[in-house]
Design a protein around this ligand. Structure first.
Ligand code: 9MR
Length: 374
């Protein structure tokens, strides 16, 4: 029996969100939320709303987009997957097909077909598209990495190639992407600029160049800097704060800070995500959670699944409580398709739905939190 307290009004909903965030208590069904003064014990309107609506429907009234990364082969071959992308989300990100190695596997031969399919799908389903990503150190075409390694491509040519890439890709999708991850993972886990071909050959100024070029290529897109392990208050997030401060001082067109949100229940969660979001917003940026998933050591059990729900809840509440957190994207939504087991041996079950599309506690938390906020 679903007996819980009626939570009426946005102010109370916000108070509940705050209290959950501040206590850091495991994200729990609404029934175990601390007593709200004046609340009536009956079937909760919020619970009913959450039960009968998709995430997309619930998110509509929050002003925050709810998104997922999309695996194009699952979209083409798995009807349930395809249906859920359309019904549960109002924002999509290409999990892979907008990356450089996918778009230009052969130098000078651009293949936009799979990414165009995603953009068309999004249009047909009334969804927005996040662009991911114009610059990364992974998934680069071998003609590029080999050319740099052999010395065939020198620094001057590399800079020209990178600029051309931005104009090719951001130009191709001009007007169709609401947020671009312009540079991805440019700071390493020691909070230093990441040692990549970009830094080695072009120097640190490549980051500002990327934003300036992207802004010229697609003036309306919000331009993001994006990374993992920057959801809380830590040295890496501090390094981003300093970098963004400098870019803003230099009048670089940077608009957003993207926190990927690849968490693991075995590491615990930093409950200060909201403070972190707020300090970036105070610099004049909007923010987004861009790749959220919460993995665990297999097999899943109830405590791990509850902890996972808490991880999703901490990030989602931070986004909903912040002033300019515009999108919350999960990096896949079903354990049927996930990058995690292939990279972290013995870990998985990181998504909102299980392999059979069954709802996990994390889904319930996301759904109920959206219902409360909306
Ligand atoms: O989920 C993506 C996976 O399918 C690719 O094989 C992998 C290649 O490195 O990239 C994964 O997505 C990454 C994203 O683009 C950037 N942040 C980390 C994500 C997980 O590795």
């Amino acid at each position: 029996m679903k007996v819980t307290r009626v939570v009426a009004g946005a102010a109370v909903a916000a108070a509940v969100l705050v209290s959950l965030n501040a206590t850091g208590a495991p994200a729990a069904p609404v029934a175990s939320v601390p007593a709200v003064p004046g609340a009536i014990l009956q079937e909760s309107a919020t619970q009913v709303a959450a039960d009968s609506k998709t995430l997309r429907e619930l998110a509509k009234r929050t002003g925050m987009k709810i998104g997922t990364a999309v695996d194009m082969s699952a979209l083409a071959n798995d009807a349930t997957y395809n249906d859920k992308v359309a019904t549960e989300f109002n924002s999509v990100t290409a999990e892979n097909v907008m990356k450089w190695s996918e778009i230009e596997p052969t130098r000078g031969v651009l293949n936009f077909a799979p990414a165009d399919q995603l953009v068309a799908y999004a249009k047909a389903n009334g969804q927005s598209v996040r662009g991911h990503t114009l610059l990364w150190h992974n998934q680069l075409p071998t003609w590029l990495t080999d050319g740099v390694a052999s010395g065939d491509i020198d620094a001057t040519e590399l800079r020209q190639i990178l600029k051309q890439h931005v104009f090719d890709v951001a130009g191709h999708f001009r007007g169709k992407i609401y947020q671009w991850d312009v540079v991805n993972e440019v700071i390493d886990d020691n909070a230093q600029l990441r040692d990549t071909i970009w830094l080695q050959k072009l120097g640190p100024g490549y980051i500002a160049d990327m934003f300036r070029w992207a802004h010229q290529a697609d003036p309306k897109a919000k331009l993001y800097i994006n990374d993992y392990n920057v959801e809380g208050l830590n040295a890496k997030a501090d390094a981003y704060y300093a970098l963004v401060q400098q870019l803003k001082a230099d009048r670089v067109p940077i608009h957003g800070f993207g926190m990927q949100g690849h968490l693991g229940v075995q590491f615990g969660f930093d409950g200060r995500a909201l403070q972190n979001v707020q300090r970036f917003e105070a610099l004049g940026l909007e923010t987004s959670f861009t790749e959220v998933d919460v993995r665990m050591v297999m097999p899943p059990d109830n405590p791990k699944l509850q902890a996972q729900a808490n991880g999703y809840g901490i990030l989602l509440r931070a986004c909903l409580l912040a002033k300019r957190c515009t999108s919350f994207t999960v990096w896949g939504f079903t354990d049927k398709y996930s990058w995690v087991p292939g990279v972290f041996t013995g870990q998985g079950a990181a998504n909102l739905l299980d392999e059979n599309y069954g709802q996990k506690p994390a889904y319930q938390t996301v759904s109920q939190t959206l219902a409360l906020a909306g």
